[in-house]
Design a protein around this ligand. Structure first.
Ligand SMILES: Nc1ncnc2c1ncn2[C@@H]1O[C@H](COP(=O)(O)OP(=O)(O)OP(=O)(O)O)[C@@H](O)[C@H]1O
Ligand SMILES: [Mg+2]
Length: 364
């Protein structure tokens, strides 16, 4: 077994998707090719603290909560303290954890995992890593920047406005009136840097819009308000670097008002359909748009691109996710499975893509 690559698997993290990440990590540890990789799990607690090897093992050994509760943080607000403060990691333990690794798989969703900050640390450490680089990750995370970039490249996005979180009630009302004038109803209000639909709401009146702005302002200082789009929600996965390929297209169906936190993690009626029942031309257009979106952010390794399919057959890009859910039941692995790429092979492909990209970096 000599000569195996030491593959650091960083998981958990401060985001509300902490539990999803832990489950993904357990599967990656079990499925990674043991002849090629020695997986070194590195847990990050909800506080943001990087765990020691012993603490990481303890985190992985925790008994699984009952099904259905498993993928959910006890409170969607868990990543912030009672005063709204954010975690501070001891960087010494992060540096210790990275020592001796050959390559890293960052498998933390959202804050400090998917937003370019962890990628920045790995760049500084000089380590190859799976997935998008610093700028691509940051662009994929920030819904305002993402939309501006997509629009500049001629990619279809919902009409929207971006605003600073207002300081007081009067400011909320001014913002609501202005958004109403420009977009009408219904609209969706989102914190620019969010995840798992936390802080997102739908508004069909000025009262709801004002409440939505106040809610989003609790999560971010930047808010995006978008025209509501009535359509099916379809998703396409991208795998590769410069020569990336698009997967078959899947669909999520839910019975709630929109694909909110409840629908994503709690409602058993939510379905992930792979492949989606769609005309060939829709699939081809979704694949082409997914690749354009991926290259627009200068993506690497993997991403999942989510769309609205409107009744007239047009597609609107909702967002790109640079660290998509990675349990075997998640959309990204299922879309590749549908194309014949098994879960363990997907891990190998991603690591090889990380190594290939690292080799291409300028050395000057
Ligand atoms: N403009 C829109 N029109 C209709 N529905 C929308 C719109 N924007 C968001 N939604 C609904 O809200 C859900 C969540 O929105 P979005 O995908 O932008 O954020 P998110 O899922 O929290 O982000 P992330 O995927 O990064 O975790 C969508 O899946 C969709 O159901
Ligand atoms: Mg989404």
């Amino acid at each position: 077994m000599a000569g195996r690559l030491r593959l650091g698997l960083i998981f958990g993290g401060r985001s509300v998707e902490h539990e999803v990440s832990v489950v993904s990590a357990e599967h990656v540890i079990a499925a990674a090719d043991k002849e090629r990789f020695l997986v070194v799990p590195i847990g990050v607690a909800k506080s943001g603290a990087w765990l020691s090897p012993a603490e990481t093992r303890a985190q992985l050994a925790e008994p699984a909560p009952p099904y259905g509760k498993r993928l959910v943080s006890p409170s969607p607000q868990a990543e912030r303290g009672p005063g709204g403060e954010v975690g501070r990691a001891d960087l010494g333990s992060a540096v210790d954890a990275l020592a001796g690794l050959d390559v890293v798989f960052p498998l933390i969703h959202g804050t400090h995992g998917e937003d370019g900050t962890l990628q920045g640390l790995l760049e500084i450490a000089g380590l190859p890593y799976v997935g998008c680089g610093v700028a691509a990750s940051a662009l994929g995370m920030d819904k305002a920047l993402m939309k501006a970039l997509f629009r500049a490249q001629g990619l279809p996005v919902a009409e929207h406005v971006v605003l600073r979180a207002p300081d007081d009630e009067a400011g909320v009302l001014v913002a609501a009136r202005e958004a109403e004038r420009r977009l009408g109803y219904p609209v969706f209000v989102k914190p620019a840097n969010g995840g798992s639909s936390i802080g997102i709401s739908k508004a069909t009146s000025r009262e709801e819009l004002a409440a939505g702005i106040a809610l989003a302002a609790r999560h971010d200082r930047k808010i995006v308000i978008e025209k509501g789009i009535a359509g099916r929600e379809v998703e396409c996965a991208v795998l590769g670097n410069a020569d990336a390929e698009a997967s078959p297209v899947g669909e999520v169906r839910y019975r709630r008002e929109f694909y909110d936190y409840e629908a994503k993690y709690l409602d058993p009626a939510t379905e992930v359909i792979v492949p989606a029942d769609l005309p060939d031309d829709v699939v081809e257009r979704a694949q082409a748009l997914a690749l354009r979106a991926f290259h627009a952010i200068d993506g690497a390794g993997m991403s999942r691109v989510d769309f609205f399919l409107c009744p007239d057959g047009s597609l609107v890009i909702d967002e790109i996710n640079t660290i998509p859910g990675f349990t075997p039941a998640s959309m990204f692995p299922r879309l590749w499975q549908a194309k014949g790429v098994r879960y363990s092979e997907l891990i190998t492909r991603l690591v090889d893509l990380a190594l290939a990209r690292y080799k291409e970096r300028p050395v000057a």
